[in-house]
Design a protein around this ligand. Structure first.
Ligand code: ATP
Ligand code: MG
Length: 352
C-alpha cells in the first residue's frame, strides 16, 4: 500500500504562515492534483512530503509509516521538481538512468527502462546529448522520464509540463495519464493550470492562501464549488457570481422567482456556470447587457453585465447575438448554486 496521509501540516517561514493546517489523504494508486494560484503553498507542501522541507507541525504517512524525520531517499518516492533539475554533467541517458543506478538495477533493466521512458517523453533522439544542448521543454521531459524510469510507487510532480508548448503539453498529459494509471502509481501533481488538473486527476485539492479550500472529483469541484474562490478559479470562463436582493425567500431572475436556501439575509449571491443558460425573450429571461460577443467556432462567448455586475456566458455557435445587444437568459435551475455574500461559502445544494 502506498497511500499518503497528510495530517494537520503547518509551515511557517519566520512570521509568515505558508501552510495553515492541511489534512489530505491520497489513496493507493490515486492521482490527486494540488491546484491553486502562485504562492498558495503547493511547492512547499510537496517539498514537505518529499522530505526536502521540514513542517512546523503535523504528520506525513506514506504507506502507513510516518516519514517525518526520514531523509528524502528513505521515503520511497520519485519527484519531478518545478525547476526540473537535471544533472548537467551527465548525458540524457545517464540522467534518465540515475534512479535505476541508485537502485543497482542490472544493465538490461536500465537499458529497457530508459528506452521506455525516453520513448514515452519523445526524447529518444537526445539520449547522447548533455542537458546544456537541450531546450527548456526538452530538459523538463528528461526530468519526467527520470522519475518514471524507476516505476515509483509514489510520484510527486511539480508543474512538470509547464515549459512545453500547448500541443506537446496536451499529448504528454494523455501519455502521463495512461502510464500512471496502468502502473497504479500514487501521484501528487502540482499545477496552477485548471484544465490540466481537470483532465488528469481522480481528485483535485484546490489550495488558496496556505489552505485547502475543497477536495473533490473534477466534476464535483466544477459543478459544486464550496467557495467563491473555487468557482472562480476553476472553469473557463470562471463561474459568474451575481449578488441579488432576496424578498420572501425568493430572488427575481427576469420573470422567474427562484427559491433561495432558508435563513439567508436580504441579499444572496447566485453562482452560475456560463454554459448553464439558454437564450430567452425579455422580460421573462434574466437581462444581460452584452458588451462583447466573440464567436469562438465551437460556441459563442458573451461578456457583459447582469444586474450591473460582470458576467460571461456561453451560447451555442448558431446564436446571432452581437456586441451591444441586450438579451434575456433562461437559467438552468439545477445548475445554480447559492453563496453567502459575507463568507463566500456555498449553501448546501438542493435548494434551487
Ligand atoms: N524558503 C522560504 N522562505 C520564505 N518564504 C518562502 C520560502 N519558500 C516559500 N516561501 C513563501 O511561501 C509561499 C508559498 O510558496 P510556494 O513555493 O509553496 O508557492 P506555490 O504555490 O508553489 O507557487 P507557484 O505556483 O508560484 O510555484 C509563498 O508566499 C512564498 O513566497
Ligand atoms: Mg510552486
Amino acid at each position: 500500500m502506498a497511500n499518503i496521509v497528510i495530517e494537520r501540516i503547518r509551515k511557517s517561514f519566520g512570521a509568515f504562515q505558508a501552510l495553515k493546517e492541511i489534512s489530505l489523504t491520497i489513496n493507493d494508486g490515486e492521482f490527486v492534483s494540488l491546484l491553486g494560484p502562485s504562492g498558495c503553498g503547493k511547492t512547499t507542501l510537496l517539498r514537505i512530503i518529499a522530505g526536502l522541507e521540514t513542517a512546523s507541525s503535523g504528520d506525513i504517512r506514506i504507506g502507513d509509516r510516518s516519514v517525518v524525520g526520514l531523509a528524502p531517499r528513505e521515503r520511497g518516492l520519485a519527484m519531478v521538481f518545478q525547476n526540473y533539475a537535471v544533472f548537467p554533467h551527465m548525458t540524457v541517458y545517464e540522467n534518465v538512468a540515475f534512479g535505476l543506478r541508485m537502485q543497482k538495477a542490472d544493465q538490461a533493466r536500465v537499458k529497457s527502462q530508459v528506452e521506455k521512458a525516453a520513448g514515452l517523453l519523445h526524447i529518444e533522439q537526445y539520449l547522447d546529448r548533455y542537458p546544456s544542448k537541450l531546450s527548456g521543454g526538452q530538459r523538463q521531459r528528461v526530468a519526467v522520464a527520470r522519475a518514471l524510469a524507476v516505476e515509483p510507487q509514489v510520484l510527486l510532480m511539480d508543474e512538470p509540463l509547464s515549459n512545453l508548448d500547448a500541443l506537446l503539453r496536451l499529448e504528454m498529459r494523455a501519455e502521463l495519464k495512461t502510464v500512471l494509471q496502468s502502473a497504479g502509481t500514487t501521484t501528487i501533481y502540482v499545477t496552477h493550470d485548471q484544465t490540466e488538473a481537470m483532465g488528469l486527476s481522480d481528485r483535485i485539492a484546490v489550495m488558496h492562501g496556505g489552505c485547502v479550500e475543497q477536495v473533490g472529483s473534477p466534476v464535483d469541484v466544477y459543478n459544486h464549488p464550496a467557495t467563491r474562490f473555487v468557482g472562480g478559479f476553476i472553469g473557463n470562463p470562471p463561474m459568474n457570481f451575481i449578488k441579488l436582493p432576496v424578498s420572501d425567500g425568493h430572488v427575481a431572475a427576469g420573470g422567474e422567482h427562484l427559491a433561495v436556501p432558508p435563513e439567508t439575509g436580504d441579499e444572496i449571491v447566485l453562482g452560475l456556470r456560463g454554459e448553464a443558460v439558454e437564450l430567452a425573450t425579455l422580460p421573462q429571461g434574466l437581462e444581460m447587457k452584452v458588451r462583447v460577443a466573440e464567436p469562438m467556432g465551437s460556441h459563442l462567448l458573451l461578456t457583459g453585465s447582469i444586474h450591473d455586475q460582470p458576467a460571461r456566458v456561453i451560447l451555442p455557435a448558431f446564436e446571432t447575438v452581437k456586441s451591444g445587444d441586450v438579451i434575456g437568459l433562461k437559467l438552468d435551475r439545477k445548475r445554480i448554486i447559492w453563496l453567502s455574500p459575507a463568507s463566500g461559502k456555498a449553501f448546501p445544494a438542493a435548494a434551487a
